[in-house]
Design a protein around this ligand. Structure first.
Ligand code: GDP
Ligand code: MG
Length: 441
């Protein structure tokens, strides 16, 4: 995939001392191919590579002490910018109710996303109202009712009535019942057509929604991006929800939507369950693509399911670059108690790389691997954990013996830990964001 290819390219770069312009050109050629293969729009790729190259062959990079890492940092920053830079939040009305219109083609995940959004708003203490305005299939109304029941959100429906009438009545209902966010599940079609657009335009002009969110399926790659362009031109969008990012997507849609269609991705759907909706953070997506792990997401997940104070301390340590083997072990143990391993593992800095080295796929990462790491760290003295540089070969032998592993395993773990530390040092400052640098095509 994209991550693997980019990581391979940058591993080669980082391994070098001084870089020549030729090295950079070669790496950029590979980045270009990797992005095209990931189904990123070709014009986006062309501009992206040109920007990175311009910055990368600049004096400060080639003459710096760690030119390879500088190039990775530039790619990370430019990927983040490409996806819109800062996270874009839901636009709430000054005077409730806020009206959110969910639009999109059939099967992209509109109805599911409406319920996911309601669930997350409820968790934030808001009082959403789901509205069934997809009138063409009775099953669609039923589906929303079932989902509403699941997340404890009231659902407003009026059968096959005209959507504009339904929406108006729903708004009235929300006002008189203290519901502060009205989420409208609209009808889709298999393809964009005039009938669909007219229906949505009618709804828009009679409701003046604060948000018009287009739901697109990440698995459809460039099609999703084209649909987003078209909807934005004809209807005007405030944001995109990219669903099915959990599937086998090549990443092209996430990388092209902002640059091509001009509107930000606000949320990402990462599974079929109601809790599988995340705010979309361009910087996190960029670090995932580059295989740097997603420190921030991990800290957040940890916060949700474990001792909050502990998680805060961990986040602070990571930011202050005091992340030790102790913390690393702690993290692994916490992750273990958090359930679904695969998605969490990918978030531990450097873990992605470790898996790659061993030729593991995400799905194959098993308890055994974790137990081994755990055993090694546990066989160290507290002093050794805090200061792994003191591990000479006799100490390593002792640790390997104590943990039932080999010295190579100990070395690999240390190397990988060192690498995560390095990466964190480099990327822990999330500053340096430049305003107004998004691509305009
Ligand atoms: P709609 O026709 O646009 O309303 O789409 P639905 O909400 O009915 O969703 C269509 C299918 O996509 C359903 O089977 C959903 O469970 C599934 N789906 C929606 N969002 C996601 C997602 O983020 N990940 C995965 N894997 N499936 C999703
Ligand atoms: Mg639907």
């Amino acid at each position: 995939g994209l991550s693997t290819r980019l990581q391979e390219t940058f591993r080669k770069l980082r391994g070098k001392g001084k870089l020549t312009e030729e090295d950079v050109n070669l790496a950029m050629r590979e980045v270009r191919l990797a992005l095209l293969e990931a189904d990123v729009n070709y014009k986006v790729v062309k501009d992206f590579v040109a920007r990175v190259k311009e910055r990368a062959v600049g004096q400060e990079v080639l003459k710096s002490l760690t030119p390879g890492q500088q190039v990775v940092k530039i790619v990370y920053e430019e990927l983040t910018q490409l996806m819109g830079g800062d996270q874009t939040k839901l636009n709430l009305a000054a005077k409730p109710p806020t009206v959110v219109m969910m639009v999109g083609l059939q099967g992209t995940g509109k109805t599911t996303t409406c319920a996911k959004l309601a669930r997350s708003l409820l968790a934030q203490g808001r009082r959403p109202l789901l509205v069934a305005a997809d009138i063409y299939r009775p099953a669609a109304i039923k589906q929303l009712q079932v989902l509403g029941e699941k997340c404890n959100c009231p659902v407003f429906s009026m059968g096959q009535e005209n959507p504009v009438n339904i929406a108006r009545a729903a708004l009235e209902y929300a006002r008189s019942n203290g519901r502060d966010i009205v989420i409208l599940d609209t009808a889709g079609r298999l393809h964009i057509n005039e009938e669909l657009m007219n229906e949505l335009k009618d709804l828009k002009s009679s409701l003046n929604p604060h948000e018009i969110l287009l739901v697109v399926d990440a698995m459809t790659g460039q099609d999703a991006v084209n649909v987003a362009s078209s909807f934005n031109e004809q209807l005007g969008l405030t944001g995109v929800v990219l669903t099915k990012l959990d599937g086998d997507t090549r990443g092209g849609a996430a990388l092209s939507v902002k640059a091509v269609a001009g509107c930000p991705i606000k949320f990402a759907g990462v599974g079929e369950k109601l809790e599988d909706l995340e705010p979309f953070y361009p910087n996190r997506m960029a670090s995932r693509i580059l295989g740097m792990g997603d420190v921030q997401s991990l800290v957040e997940k940890a916060q949700a399911s474990i001792d909050e104070k502990k998680a805060r301390e961990l986040g602070k340590k990571i930011r202050q670059q005091e992340f030790t083997l102790e913390d690393f072990l702690d993290q692994i143990q916490q992750v273990r108690s958090m359930g679904p391993l695969e998605d969490l593992l990918a978030m531990i800095p450097g873990f992605g790389n470790l898996k790659q080295l061993k030729g593991f796929k995400t799905a194959d990462i098993d308890e055994k691997e974790i137990s081994r790491i755990e055993a090694i760290i546990k066989s160290m003295t507290p002093e050794e954990r805090l200061n792994p540089t003191m591990l000479n070969s006799s100490r390593k032998k002792r640790i390997a013996k104590g943990s039932g592993t080999r010295v190579q395993d100990v070395n690999r773990l240390l190397k990988h830990f060192e690498e995560s530390q390095k990466l964190m040092r480099q990327f822990s400052d999330k500053g340096g964001k430049k305003k107004g640098k998004g691509l305009r095509l």
